[in-house]
Design a protein around this ligand. Structure first.
Ligand SMILES: [Zn+2]
Length: 388
């Protein structure tokens, strides 16, 4: 049995007031949390003046994207071996930052499934991964270059079946346009209600959750009406502004829709709007979402462009969320227990409590007071093994 002693404990829900928090681990699982000396026979690891948190959960990454200004171009010229090597490096960088669980919401050729298997066998190589494979999109639609283009209900059903047979964890659908793809506009729809209903019906038939890339306010509404389990980005943009309809948010809360906000850029928390009125309006909408009572994850969308490197981006997202006016403990929940809930793993990760996986992050300083402390990694454990 391993006993980790720390100075402060955030258990994934709240800071736990203890003088000498000690977490006992055995067999890759958390056995107990106590205040005081460990039981005789336990191997004590004193983490010094640190805060111990659950390993972080990043609900939205793209290991295949290289965080350059032209992710699409560099992907196009990379063969599968090159891309796989890049994804392995990204997975390692992600774990280095204390992210012990990550959901890859768009790869090419299902390469994420290979990395998922590798990190499952060897926890020091990267986080536990949930993988969507190539996102389902319309012809020429956002992220078409990942290979998931479909047209019509029959093709959608076949695409879902194919993903289920390959063993994906979640189905990702590009409901609206996005910024990354030339010719694609975030406020425009890519699928109609019949197609969206078909993808949900087919995914649920295979027991798979469906999450939708939705920037447009109309897209969020359409995906919620179709029964999507999750919404990515959720910026509520329209052709001429931003409209986060309170009635729609109430519907999402009632339906249990899980929202993943993608926030934070390295070197710039990005929560203030930076003088750009549209950006400020998006942030006002995100603030409303964060306070709406809907389960919310704060995620990085790591890899999708400059300022979004794998690993450290997520901590900047927490800072951005705090900049939006969200209390630090709530922002930390959005990368631990809340993100685990969004990923469907609430009973296994994202909390420091008996029975949970021994995925842990120790940082210097106190992120419940100063979120930037999240970047000062002191130790990372995954499945009970110290990996950093
Ligand atoms: Zn993305």
């Amino acid at each position: 049995m391993l006993a980790l002693r720390t100075r402060r404990l955030f258990d994934g829900v709240r800071p736990v007031p203890m003088a000498r928090p000690t977490v006992l681990l055995s067999g890759g699982v958390i056995e107990a949390v106590l205040d005081g000396p460990p039981p005789r026979g336990a191997e004590l690891v004193d983490l010094g003046d640190t805060t111990l948190l659950p390993g972080l959960v990043d609900a939205h990454v793209h290991l295949a994207f290289d965080a350059t200004p032209d992710t699409m171009g560099s992907l196009a010229v990379a063969d599968d071996d090159t891309l796989l090597a890049r994804m392995r490096t990204a997975a390692t960088a992600t774990l280095d930052a204390g992210v012990t669980t990550a959901r890859d919401l768009g790869d090419r050729g299902y390469l994420g499934l290979r990395v998922r298997a590798e990190t499952a066998d060897a926890p020091h190589l990267g986080p536990r991964l949930l993988v969507a494979g190539p996102p389902i999109t319309s012809y020429g639609g956002h992220c078409w270059f990942l290979g998931g283009e479909v047209d019509g209900v029959d093709a959608i059903r076949a695409a879902v079946r194919h993903r289920a047979e390959r063993g994906v964890d979640v189905v990702k659908v590009v409901v609206t346009g996005g910024q990354l793809t030339p010719g694609s506009l975030p406020h425009e729809m890519q699928f109609g209600p019949v197609e969206l209903a078909a993808v949900v019906r087919e995914s649920h038939r295979y027991g798979l959750p469906v999450t939708g890339h939705c920037h447009a306010a109309d897209g969020v509404a359409a995906a919620v009406s179709a029964g999507f389990d999750g919404i990515e980005h959720c910026t509520f943009v329209t052709a001429d502004g931003v409209h986060a309809d309170p009635a729609l948010l109430a519907r999402m809360a009632a339906a249990g829709t899980r929202i993943t906000l993608t926030l934070g850029t390295v070197g710039n928390g990005g929560g203030g709007g930076g003088g750009d009125p549209r950006r400020a309006a998006v942030h006002a909408a995100l603030r409303r979402v964060a306070g709406s009572g809907v389960p919310v994850a704060c995620a990085s969308d790591a890899g999708c462009g400059p300022g979004k490197p794998h690993g450290s981006s997520l901590a900047y997202g927490v800072e951005a969320m705090v900049d939006l006016g969200v209390p630090p403990t709530a922002a930390l929940r959005a990368v631990t227990s809340g993100a685990a809930q969004v990923c469907g793993l609430a009973d296994r990760v994202g909390r420091i409590a008996p029975g949970y996986d021994a995925d842990l992050l120790a940082v210097h300083g106190d992120p419940t007071v100063e979120p930037g402390a999240l970047r000062r990694v002191a130790a990372v454990l995954r499945a009970g093994q110290r990996v950093r």
